[in-house]
Every structure is written in structure tokens, then in C-alpha cells.
Design a protein around this ligand. Structure first.
Ligand code: PGA
Length: 252
């Protein structure tokens, strides 16, 4: 089970192998292992193998790596795609599924997210499933319906969900990369809703599933968000790209 809080950096399409290596060298020097939390990096897939090798060589087991996306098939004629098996081989210990940019820029559906969560489970890796409403859905009062549907449909194919290892991230689409953040009270309310939805699916085990918040998190709001009820961690985009800023957040 992952230690909470979970502080996860989503680098998106930033930091190729060279820049990622420089970042990591500096991070390992300056961030000392802390047994009271989990730190995760989701670098671009091409940067993953060299980063995991660097961390292994440094003898650091306190940092976990993941991929930002996978294809659900094990292998095949899927140009441009990476399977869960390959991600695992390159050092991934976790798989991000259904990030809002995957859903809304690349048209990923709940059914595809479900197949990706299943693929992660197939290789024995935890998945981090992202859910979140768009501004128009929020304004139409549809937030609860959208996030519960994304949650239910996303995990629908995972066998033995009750014993599967996974995490959820609530990332309101309107807050991602915009400088707008859900207030801790608003975020808490959605996290509570997601927890109770999980409870309906997996009973008391729901309490063990980390629910992260994401969307314009920075060093100025990280601690307040983490202190809010039911927020077990943070998924951070823009503010994870600068090593000093990221260390501040990781130490919140
Ligand atoms: P942001 O991105 O922190 O830049 O808003 C968060 C995310 O997309 O996971």
C-alpha cells in the first residue's frame, strides 16, 4: 500500500531524457528520502528508462515512476503506442489512466479507460484513474454525475476490484493549467462523494484508496489542499517542472 500523502508529478510532454536526467540528479541531491509519503514521477515514456536506472544506481527506493498513458493490448500493430508490459519493463511502477488531456484532446472514452485499467491490473501494476468535470458540466450542476460515471466505468473491468491496488485523482478540467483551483472545501466535497461511491463498490476497503487532487496546484496552495478532508495527495503538472518548486510541494 502506498504511503499517504501521495505527491505525483505529471510532466506531460516536457523533459526528454537529457533534461529529465538533469532534473533527477538535482532532485536526488536535494530531496532526502521521507518515509511518511510517496513521491511519484510521470515523465514522458522516452525518459522513463534512464530515470529509473539513475534512481536505482543511487540506491533510492523512495521514488516511484509511472507512465502517462498505455495501450490496453499486450503488443501488436499499434503504431505509436506503449503496452503496460513494456512500461513495466522500462521501470514503471504505476500507470496513469484517463487524464483530462487524454480524454478531451485525444478523445479517450470511459470504455477505453476501462480497458487500460484492466491492462494495468493484468501486469500487476496499480493504476491512477483521473476523473473531472468540464466547466460547462460544473455550471450545469453535473459534476457529481460526471465524476461518478467516470469512476464506475473506469474500474468496471478490473477483476477483483476489492483487492486491486489503485488510486483516483479528481482533476476538474477547468482547473488544469489555468491557474484556477477548486477551493479545498469544494475539492473535499467531491473527494467525499468519490469515497462514498468507492464504498458502494468495495466496502471498507474504500478508505485505503488514495484520492488525489489536481489542477493548478503549486507551492502556495499544496499544504492547504493536503490538509483538507479526504484529500490524500496531489497530482501536479506545471509546478512539477521546476526542481525547486517541485521539492517545495513534495515536502508540503
Ligand atoms: P496543472 O496540471 O498542475 O498544470 O494544472 C495538473 C494535471 O494535469 O495533472
Amino acid at each position: 500500500m502506498l504511503k499517504r500523502p501521495v505527491l505525483a508529478a505529471n510532466w506531460k510532454m516536457h523533459l526528454g531524457p537529457v533534461a529529465a536526467g538533469e532534473f533527477m540528479r538535482s532532485f536526488l541531491e536535494r530531496y532526502k528520502p521521507r518515509p511518511d509519503r510517496t513521491v511519484i514521477f510521470f515523465p514522458p515514456a522516452v525518459s522513463l528508462a534512464s530515470m529509473t536506472a539513475m534512481v536505482r544506481a543511487a540506491g533510492r527506493t523512495d521514488v516511484l515512476f509511472g507512465v502517462q498513458n498505455i495501450h490496453w493490448a499486450e503488443k501488436g500493430a499499434f503504431t505509436g503506442e506503449t503496452s503496460a508490459e513494456m512500461a513495466k519493463e522500462a521501470g514503471a511502477g504505476i500507470i496513469l489512466v484517463g487524464h483530462s488531456e487524454r480524454r478531451h484532446v485525444f478523445g479517450e472514452t470511459d470504455a477505453q479507460c476501462a480497458k487500460k485499467c484492466l491492462a494495468a491490473a493484468r501486469v500487476g501494476l496499480p493504476f491512477l484513474l483521473c476523473v473531472g468535470e468540464k466547466m460547462a458540466q460544473r455550471e450545469a450542476g453535473e459534476t457529481a454525475a460526471v465524476v461518478t460515471r467516470q469512476l464506475r466505468e473506469g474500474v468496471a473491468q478490473v477483476p477483483n476490484l476489492i483487492s486491486a491496488e489503485f488510486l483516483i485523482a479528481y482533476e476538474p478540467v477547468w482547473a488544469i493549467g489555468t491557474g484556477l483551483t477548486a477551493t479545498p472545501v469544494d475539492a473535499s466535497a467531491i473527494h467525499t462523494l468519490l469515497r462514498s461511491e468507492l464504498g458502494a463498490m468495495i466496502g471498507t476497503r474504500a478508505a485505503e484508496i488514495p484520492i488525489l487532487y489536481g489542477g493548478s496546484v503549486g507551492p502556495g496552495n499544496a499544504a492547504t489542499l493536503l490538509a483538507a478532508n479526504e484529500i490524500d495527495g496531489l497530482l501536479v503538472g506545471g509546478s512539477s517542472l521546476d526542481v525547486t518548486t517541485w521539492i517545495k510541494i513534495a515536502e508540503s
